[in-house]
Design a protein around this ligand. Sequence first.
Ligand SMILES: [Zn+2]
Ligand SMILES: [Zn+2]
Length: 267
Amino acid sequence: MLHLACDTHTHTIFSRHAYSTVEENVRAAAERRFELLGVTDHFSPMIHGVGPEGASMREFQEFINMRMWPRVWYGIQLMHGCEADIVDLDGHLFGWDVPVTYHLSVPAEPPYTMLQNQVFSQCDYVVASVHEHRWADDATREQVTQMYLRALEHPKVLILGHPGRSGLDFDAEAVAEAARDAGKLIEINEGSLFGRNHAHERCAEIARACARVGCMVSTASDAHISYDVARLDRVRELLEGVDFPPRLVATRDAETFQGVWRRALGL
Ligand SMILES: [Zn+2]
Ligand SMILES: [Zn+2]
């Protein structure tokens, strides 16, 4: 049976439509004998209604104190990040054009730092995902492919989140080759695999493309409650079903995942 020991994309109550705390998620990962948990709350227009006119860090303070978390808790290597929305066809990530005009309790002075820089600087890594995508409704396959390639180029992005779920068509092999060359990861996401639906077939295609070109994958529950943390049965079944090479599974143990993380982000 394919061994998976890391859950690299999970949510806590700071994602608002999620229901568990960091500690509850860590304990769930420990109970399931995992080695590593990545907590990656949404950094997204779904949660945060801000625009180019500016943002207050009061609305984002869950992201600016993560250094307080223990690095090892209940025996689990605990990493902190965020799941940032891809917001346009240029592959920009949420917050890239939003100046921070207010700190926690006082107005900021120009030149303003950008919200994305402020949040990403506190993250071990970023998962880049497409959620709402009206801006891509008329996009060609080539444009969507370019969008993912550009998102991958961001120095803080380690993982492309659930690319099989958005419904946007792209050249999976080209994206997998770029991820491989950057030493970055494409995610196989449990949350995309409920029911035998279109996303299931698309995720299998993406896994096969990764295997063909030698791109590593990460595995994640995308849990929005601790009950789902470290439950990766569908991900395991999918990877086994396409004979995915275990050596390309970055999340088979914590040491492998952290090695990939350090090399990809130049740490
Ligand atoms: Zn969510
Ligand atoms: Zn997501």
